[in-house]
Write a new protein. Structure first.
Ligand code: HEM
Length: 198
């Protein structure tokens, strides 16, 4: 057995998503979302689209039985309020959202959505320069109740403790990789769309 096979599931997911995460991080920065509110609004459009595609998963009964506070972790409403703060229309949905994934695949998607709250700690600090905050325009980047670190640790602890078949291990990895691909598509789409005048 190699070292990576012995690693915790979450560590394995970190490893396999390291490259897509670096690419996405670079792509976000290439769009300079903190230069202007108009650019930040495009970033929020991508975040809103991504979160709104995950609403069903965050409210799924089977998944909530595993992660009790799952519905409260969803940020679709916060992102929608940010759009309103930024005088930006709620975007139409984009074809290709995840549909009826298996439990393990869904958890891969949620791993990415929850993990993105870690990077959000850095992003919200930069949003302050645009006079945005966790109560205006950058609500979806706010620190979750109970703290970022604790929210992430409890999610990962639960994920790591689940007994998975080999097939489910493959599915959770698939879900995490798909989620990074999807965010990339939505980000490109958001910036390709003409910004609404503020
Ligand atoms: C849609 C998914 C994600 C997006 C859009 C995203 C975006 C970003 C961005 C833009 C940064 C850079 C912040 C800065 O330097 O100003 C960052 C940092 C970070 N992200 Fe993500 N991220 C995502 C998913 C994840 C996941 C799944 C994890 C954990 C498993 C994660 C963990 C981190 C951490 C720890 C940082 C802090 C700095 C670093 O270690 O590079 N992110 N993220």
């Amino acid at each position: 057995m190699t070292a990576s096979e012995k690693a915790l599931r979450s560590q394995r997911l970190n490893q396999i998503t390291h490259e897509p995460h670096s690419k996405l991080d670079a792509l976000v920065k290439a769009h300079a979302p903190f230069e202007t509110r108009a650019s930040f609004a495009r970033f929020v459009v991508a975040q809103y689209l991504f979160q709104s595609e995950l609403v069903e998963l965050y409210n799924d009964a089977e998944l909530t039985a595993i992660i009790a506070d799952l519905p409260a972790r969803c940020r679709a409403e916060a992102a929608r309020a940010d759009l309103a703060d930024l005088d930006t229309e709620v975007p139409a949905s984009v074809a290709g959202a995840v549909k009826n994934p298996s439990k393990a695949r869904a958890l891969g998607w949620l791993f990415v959505s929850e993990g993105s709250k870690l990077g959000a700690a850095f992003l919200i600090k930069r949003a302050v320069a645009l006079e945005l905050s966790e109560t205006f325009g950058a609500r979806h980047l706010a620190e979750p109740q109970g703290g970022r670190a604790e929210g992430w640790k409890s999610f990962v602890r639960t994920l790591d403790a689940l007994p998975f078949t080999a097939e489910e291990e493959a599915e959770v990895e698939q879900g995490a990789l798909e989620a990074f691909n999807r965010f990339t598509v939505l980000l490109e789409q958001a910036y390709a769309t003409e910004a609404e005048p503020a």
